[in-house]
Design a protein around this ligand. Sequence first.
Ligand code: LYS
Length: 253
Amino acid sequence: MFKWKRAISLLSLGALGWAGAAAIPTLLTPGSLTIGTDPTYAPFIYLKGKTLTGFEVELMNEVARRLDLKPVWKYQPFDNLLIGLNQNRFDIVVGSHGITPERLKAVDFSTPDYCSGGVILSRAGGPRTVADLRGKVVAVQVGTTYYQRLRAVPGVGEIRTLPGDPEALQHLLSGRSDAFVTDRFVALAAQAKAPPGKLQLGSMLFQEKIGFAVKKGNTAVTNAVDGALKSMMQDGTYEKISRKYFNTDIRCK
Ligand code: LYS
């Protein structure tokens, strides 16, 4: 018996594969999606042993699957990611980048893949509000929106910029800083990992839309990724991945 269902699904798979490859003539390596990232940002992008994992990693691997592309991940420090993108090292950057007017001058962004914001994290008894930061030492990762926003807070004693999020957290845990400003979900994950009662979350300083960065004018990649992301948001895949990490759906409302 002729298997219609199978024939149709094979046909559409073929069409999808063809459409995916044909629709992105600007890929650095045909058939692959070369992705730049900094894997030090749990629970969004991190290494479990040698395996790269996290919310944005799972999202992008699924985007690549839907576009019939092999995801090839390359690691760079956060501060070099957008520069590397403009030097044609990657097709796309997955770095939990906030979509800001400054960054939009240098790169394009996908539609936001989640919404979050910067929060004050401190040791129990430490600063919780913006007013509490007066005269205090605050750790933050270099090149981030947290650094940018913190600079606008009047009266902060000292801003310590650290190369990575883990180093900034260490600064706070060891008492070299009074507070650490980072993403709310990163702070929640750090709090859960620390000894019970050691860390507390304070006020949210600002909210931001996060997106994947693509080289300016590379609309073939941006449109393909947006299309895959949209289908994942519509068919429940996005929500499933989001609930796995956060117990809630973190798409921008
Ligand atoms: N969302 C922040 C930003 O856009 C932090 C990004 C990830 C830092 N490892 O700068």
